[in-house]
Ligand binder design. Structure first.
Ligand SMILES: Cc1ncc(C[n+]2csc(CCOP(=O)(O)OP(=O)(O)O)c2C)c(N)n1
Ligand SMILES: [Mg+2]
Length: 547
């Protein structure tokens, strides 16, 4: 006989869960107690937002569901942002929520919520376990939904009496996702369509990728001299040093890469949804039927034809699809010059305009491009600082970018916590803004508690610059709601027990970075920047002058 809590933890273990993030609650004490004797490492966070974002990042970096445990209404609603990101970003995740006992359900008992209702539009699936005997079945279903087709978040409510009850039920078998290879005739059609193309563009995007997928897709693109662009915050899907890599279809998109997508005569989308950001608000590719010939491959058939009607739809799991593409005989690359021109455009985007003030983010990024090992993980939240962090970064290895494609602030710090737990020996750098950092700064305490030597680079411009930029464009001179009066960041970092420094000049950055690294502690390097340079290509005074 085992308690519900024990049965649940046993299902996690047999599905190879090694790490879980929580904020404890009295509603799921039997689960916590079962974790007491479990090899699963339980990480206690300081806010459910942090726990959920860390679990999301775990899913994104490993391809295995990130596990997050929270309590009832207050915990679940605070965790919702991580669930939303997991949905938008196609990351596998399981949020386990302590629930009122079955006997009180429907009375709006203390902290009660109906999780199916609340998360119905956020998660891939949300429901409640209502019998101890069915915990193995429900957990297996949770893993299946999180990992199958387009990966995503599952929310499972756990009534406290179900967790306390005992049962002799047997374990379920570990869940294995079913691979599916593309059909031979579809591959033949793909070759035919490509053969007729003069300006093809491969676009790679989220959902179900692995390191092998990345290598195979890159080999396919290189063998055919095809240009490949990464969707927003999927910059680690292809080695950026490859002659085939031509840039990122992200926020503040470079005109050259935007033009490549617009002017392409064939788009081969490998995974991803061709969402609002990579299509620049659905303009570079028109819905429902784009000008470009569209080949869309996705692990989930229901994503094919959902927004764009493809000329060829390929429903297949990404590793199988990538291996099949790699095995194709290479075609005559009549688009060779198109590819090399696109690559040259990309290389030009690495040049930065000098920045006003004493701290130049372009130069700091140029230093980091050389200094960070390929295996280093880079994380961020949302804000204009990410435009520098993305445009001037170099990724060479799959699974090294943990950034929210959902554009959610507050993600970078908990994602860095997750990354350093997954990869204790790697360098983990979190790019943050002043607004972004303060949204999840309590997780610095988590980093200190678990001795995670993440490095936070905090771009301090005293404002929510992204919003100020849009505000100045649409309502010039009418600044409201976007100024920030910040605490002393270095003192705050030190109060948490982290290493903190303020880098006053670009030239001081390198030594400060090495000191942060040598400290062996979580570090925060504050980078005070001149607000005039509100984004790499935009000056505040130009916005105000309406130029
Ligand atoms: C959770 C959340 N709330 C609000 C926003 C809207 N938003 C996007 S960027 C941004 C400003 C971020 O400020 P900061 O971190 O200081 O970066 P900056 O733009 O100044 O570089 C805001 C408020 C968001 N994306 N996510
Ligand atoms: Mg800011």
């Amino acid at each position: 006989m085992r308690t519900g809590g024990q049965i649940l933890v046993d299902q996690l273990e047999l599905n190879c869960v090694a790490l879980a993030f929580c904020l404890p609650g009295e509603s799921y004490l039997p689960v916590l107690d079962a974790l007491y004797d479990s090899p699963i490492r339980l990480i206690t966070c300081r806010h459910e937002q942090g726990a959920a974002n860390a679990a999301e990042a775990y899913g994104k970096l490993t391809g295995r569901p990130g596990i997050c445990l929270v309590t009832r209404g207050p915990g679940a609603t605070q965790a919702a942002v991580g669930v939303h990101t997991a949905k938008q970003d196609s990351s596998p995740m399981i949020l386990l929520v302590g629930q009122v006992p079955r006997a009180f359900r429907g009375r709006e008992a203390w902290q009660e919520l109906d999780y199916g209702d609340v998360f119905g539009g956020i998660a891939k699936a949300a429901w409640e376990i209502d019998s101890v005997d069915r915990i193995p079945e429900h957990m297996s279903e949770a893993f299946s939904i999180a990992l199958s087709g387009r990966p995503g978040p599952v929310v499972l409510a756990l009534p406290e009496d179900v967790l306390a009850e005992e049962s002799a039920v047997a374990d379920a078998a570990p869940f294995e996702a079913e691979p599916s290879a593309p059909e031979a005739e579809d591959l033949e059609r793909l070759r035919e369509l490509l053969t007729g193309a003069e300006r093809p563009l491969v676009v790679v995007g989220e959902g179900g990728w692995t390191a092998d997928t990345s290598r195979d897709v890159q080999a396919f693109c290189e063998a055919n001299e095809l240009p490949v662009a990464c969707a927003f915050r999927c910059q680690d899907f292809v080695d950026n040093r490859s002659p085939s890599y031509v840039g990122v279809l992200g926020v503040a998109m470079d005109e050259a890469i935007a033009g490549r997508l617009r002017d392409a005569d064939l788009v081969l989308a490998l995974g991803g949804r061709l969402g609002e950001v990579p299509t620049r608000r659905y303009t570079l590719l028109e819905a429902p039927h784009p000008q470009q010939t569209l080949i869309h491959a996705h692990p989930d058939p229901s994503e094919l034809g959902r927004v764009y009607q493809p000329d060829l739809a390929l429903a297949a799991t990404m590793p199988e699809l990538a291996a099949a593409l790699r095995a194709l005989d290479p075609l005559e690359p009549v688009w060779r010059e198109w590819t090399s021109a696109a690559r040259a455009d990309y290389e030009r985007t690495l040049d930065h305009e000098p920045m006003e003030g004493d701290v130049d983010l372009g130069e700091i990024m140029a230093f980091l491009r050389e200094r960070l090992p390929g295996e280093a993980v880079q994380t961020c939240g949302a804000g204009n600082f990410t435009v520098w962090a993305h445009r001037f970064a170099r990724f060479t290895q799959f699974g090294t970018q943990a950034c929210p494609r959902s554009g959610s602030m507050g993600y970078g710090l908990p994602a860095a916590v997750a990354a350093q737990l997954i990869h204790p020996d790697r360098l983990v750098v979190c790019f943050s803004g002043d607004g972004d950092f303060l949204m999840s700064s309590p997780e610095l305490a988590t980093a200190v508690q678990y001795e995670l030597r993440i490095i936070v680079l905090l771009v301090n411009n005293g404002m929510y610059a992204t919003i100020r930029m849009h505000q100045e464009r649409q309502f010039p001179g009418r600044v409201i709601g976007t100024d920030l009066e910040n605490p002393d960041i270095v003192a705050l970092a030190r109060a948490y027990g982290a290493h903190g420094e303020r880098v006053e000049r670009t030239a001081d950055f390198e030594a400060a970075f090495e000191r942060a690294l040598a400290s062996g502690m979580p570090s925060v390097l504050e980078l005070p920047v001149d607000p005039e340079r509100i984004s790499p290509r935009v000056k505040l005074s130009d916005l105000q002058a309406g130029t």
